[in-house]
Design a protein around this ligand. Structure first.
Ligand code: SAH
Ligand code: SF4
Length: 336
């Protein structure tokens, strides 16, 4: 599917047809123009040949309403990306979106990063992932998407324009009408992106992948993102908070004997003990090189942060069994 072909295919049609067509795709979630029954048959056929709606995807997992499902989507140029549907404990659904084919930042704990970078996604290709899950939930009669997180493959702030364009398409009250408050962007710390987001009139949530309490350790595990000094990164976050008044989530992966020592917790607590800073401890999903922290270590780490006064959450890890958890999205390259 390439929805950017839609308006070209409709160029001889009146404006209302464009509006109807968008509504059919984004609101009624049709997956074939033959379902656009208000359209003349000839137009349905033309659209099916010039702007087909089929999304080429292979789904794994997704057993029942509670199972995490992963879709491997083949794009028009043959590149493949992964997107994940994550049922929440409260019955809501989150989708995890990719922003790039691969990622150039090469974090050593991340399957995407270890596979290199191919290209940025276009806004339509980001929206396509969302559309895929919206159709899936409708077909299964499970309901709607409640949250969308840019935590799939790629660094969203290295593809800023297209990510923002996609968010605006999702926001459009005439289309998905999916509020920015329900969208989170996770960045490994691209300063320019944080700065630009602070200037947008959008209530998108921001998450920062910190993963280490010192520049030395951070650059060991995040060779490129770690080049940005923590001091500068936190300054950018503080400016963002001053401008937007919004909370920021700091993500911290717990990797056994790498960043989970008592002194790491103590250093981290010093960095993150500020109002509107939230800390989220994430279990490391094995991607080959490291081991996750033990449950006892994780509890101790959390306790040290809480005793220092931080607001800490510890995220449950979902989807490991189908390699769909954060950092495990390798796309087709893994399968070669
Ligand atoms: N590039 C962005 C967004 C995609 S990664 C970023 O790094 O923030 C989404 C989240 O998954 C990040 O917090 C990332 O650090 C985390 N992640 C990467 N590898 C992981 C792994 N093996 N286990 C758990 N989380 C991982
Ligand atoms: Fe890229 Fe994020 Fe993976 Fe790092 S963790 S390699 S920034 S996708």
């Amino acid at each position: 599917m390439d929805i950017s072909l839609l308006h070209g295919a409709l160029k001889e049609e009146k404006k209302f047809r464009h509006t109807q067509a968008e509504k059919a795709v984004f609101v009624d979630l049709i997956d074939d123009w033959s379902q656009a029954t208000t359209f003349p048959i000839a137009l349905r056929e033309k659209l099916n040949s010039e702007c087909p709606l089929e999304i080429k995807a292979e789904v794994t997992g997704g057993s029942g309403k509670k199972g995490v499902a992963k879709a491997l989507i083949t794009l028009n140029d043959g590149e493949q990306i992964e997107t994940v549907l994550i049922p929440q404990a409260d019955g809501r659904f989150a989708v995890c979106l990719s922003s790039q084919v691969g990622c150039p930042l090469a974090c050593v704990f991340c399957a995407t990063g270890m596979n290199g970078f191919t290209r940025n996604l276009r806004a339509e290709e980001i929206v396509e992932q969302f559309l895929f899950w919206a159709r899936y939930l409708k077909k299964e009669n499970y309901g709607r998407i409640d949250n969308a997180v840019f935590m799939g493959q790629g660094e969203p702030f290295l593809n800023y324009e297209e990510v923002m364009k996609a968010i605006k398409i999702l926001n459009d009250p005439e289309n998905f009408n999916f509020g920015a408050r329900r969208i989170s962007i996770s960045t490994s710390g691209v300063l320019n992106g944080i700065k630009r987001l602070a200037g947008e009139k959008l209530q998108v949530n921001l998450a920062i992948s910190l993963h280490a309490p010192s520049d030395a350790l951070r650059s060991n595990i995040m060779p490129l993102a770690g080049k940005t000094p923590l001091k500068k990164l936190l300054e950018a976050v503080d400016n963002y908070i001053a401008k937007t008044g919004r909370r920021v989530m700091f993500e911290y992966l717990l990797i056994k004997e790498v960043n989970d020592r008592d002194e790491d917790a103590i250093m981290l607590a010093k960095l993150l003990n500020k109002p509107l800073y939230l800390t989220n401890l994430i279990p490391y999903n094995p991607t080959g090189r490291f081991q996750p922290s033990t449950p006892a270590r994780t509890a101790r780490f959390k306790d040290l942060l809480e005793r220092a006064g931080l607001s800490v959450t510890a995220r449950r890890s979902l989807g490991q069994e189908i390699d769909a958890a954060c950092g495990q999205l390798a796309g087709k390259r893994k399968k070669r």
